[in-house]
Design a protein around this ligand. Structure first.
Ligand SMILES: *Cc1c(COP(=O)(O)O)cnc(C)c1O
Length: 383
């Protein structure tokens, strides 16, 4: 199966620095909130939240991680050669539009797959009939997320049907909270009650072979009674609370810093305009510099005339519209500016005016989106 394209390439001038120790410290801190036997599933979907999936998996594979979770089969295939000690969980439920060959490949690779419908179960059973590979499956129970879980009644029917399936092994049961990251988590607790009722009804907690999991990052931080036997953490591992928290139970450290060079320095006279649409008019003679990064690299157009970058100790404003692959910054107030100097585009500090939280606010979005938009061609440098 062809999963690489020859056009893929790296831009050495755009540098995402990844600090391994911070990633590992975050994992250790999160684990510290859990009982020692609780398994830790590192969520590395979406190119490890924009950090670089190969780099992140390579750092974590020798660390205190028991599972890797990805969104799709293709991501699982991509990291499989890197992973030896851990299992890989594919979060996308099995569905009949998936080629049977893919389900057989999951069983052969030992990937843990999600079942979220009777239709999916029948399809998986058919795909595996006559083979000698057993597929580990996790049931996704709908408790209020309203996405791809099964209502408890359908899950009950599926449990019954699973008993006669020799090619499918029940490896886990899970649910997912819709509001764990909000200030009011009463609905998350309601979901927890519904999940708990399902587990009780089917006596699933008596089965030591089962992985029972419900917590994403926010729930891991705020709902310890919901940890069960495994937690699934994404954003927190990369150093962020799902949304800024006033009194976090553990300190998390941002893992990534994005930098780019100044490639051209020029003067713009007072009264002249900068960029498309002339959205910026210089009020003074301005020393401006080009940064070869734009919205195609994941630096949002919404940052135009709003965001700042960091040059040494100075914060420099982005002026004019962010273009597809370049933008302009005002460096008038910075002494001795030279081409080739690196500016910090995304800072590794929660409080920084060019940190991920500040950028998310400017673009009216969440930190996840700022991170996952960082293009795969940005060079990842592991420290
Ligand atoms: C993405 C995802 C997670 C991780 O969520 P974070 O908020 O990043 O910790 C956990 N569970 C499921 C099912 C997910 O899809």
């Amino acid at each position: 199966m062809k999963v690489y394209r020859d056009q893929s390439f790296i831009r050495p001038d755009l540098q995402a620095h990844l600090y391994s120790e911070r990633l590992l410290d975050n994992v250790r801190a999160l684990r510290g909130l859990c009982a020692p036997s609780t398994r830790f599933c590192a969520v590395v979907k979406a190119n490890a939240y924009g950090h670089g999936i190969r780099e992140v998996v390579n750092i974590l594979k020798n660390g205190p991680v028991d599972f890797f979770a990805v969104a799709t089969f293709y991501e699982a295939l991509h990291i499989r050669p890197l992973v030896h000690r851990q299992s890989i969980l594919i979060l996308e439920p099995i569905h009949p539009a998936q080629p049977a060959e893919q389900i057989r490949a999951c069983a052969a690779a030992g990937f843990h797959c999600v079942l979220a419908s009777l239709e999916g179960l029948d399809w998986a059973a058919r795909a595996l009939a006559g083979t000698d590979r057993i597929l580990p499956v996790h049931l996704n129970i709908e408790t209020g997320m309203g996405r791809c879980g099964m209502p408890p009644e359908e899950a009950a029917a599926l449990l019954t049907r699973l008993r006669s399936q020799t090619m499918l092994r029940l490896a886990g049961v899970f649910t997912h909270y819709a509001t764990a990251d909000e200030d009011n988590i009463s609905f998350a607790w309601e979901q927890h009650r519904r999940f708990e009722a399902f587990l009780q009804e089917h006596r699933l907690k008596d089965r030591p072979d089962l992985l029972i999991h419900s917590c994403n990052s926010a729930a891991t931080l705020k709902m310890p009674p919901a940890h069960y036997t495994m937690v699934r953490c994404g954003i927190s591992m990369y150093g962020y609370y799902s949304r800024p928290m006033s009194q976090p139970p553990i300190p998390l450290k941002p893992v990534l810093k994005l930098q780019a060079p100044l490639t051209l320095i020029k003067t713009i006279k007072a009264g002249e305009s900068v960029g498309y649409g002339r959205s910026f008019i210089a009020k003074r003679d301005t020393l401006a510099a080009i940064v070869p990064l734009g919205y195609a690299d994941g630096y949002r157009r919404a940052f135009s005339n709003k965001a700042v970058m960091k040059l040494g100790d100075h914060f420099i404003p982005v002026i004019g519209r962010v273009c597809m692959d370049q933008l302009i910054v005002d460096v008038t107030d910075v002494p001795n500016v030279q081409t080739g100097q690196m500016v910090t585009v995304i800072d590794d500090d929660h409080q920084s005016p060019c940190g991920v939280y500040a950028l998310a606010e400017l673009a009216d979005t969440i930190c996840y989106e700022i991170l996952t938009m960082i293009h795969a061609h940005v060079n990842r440098i592991v420290h």
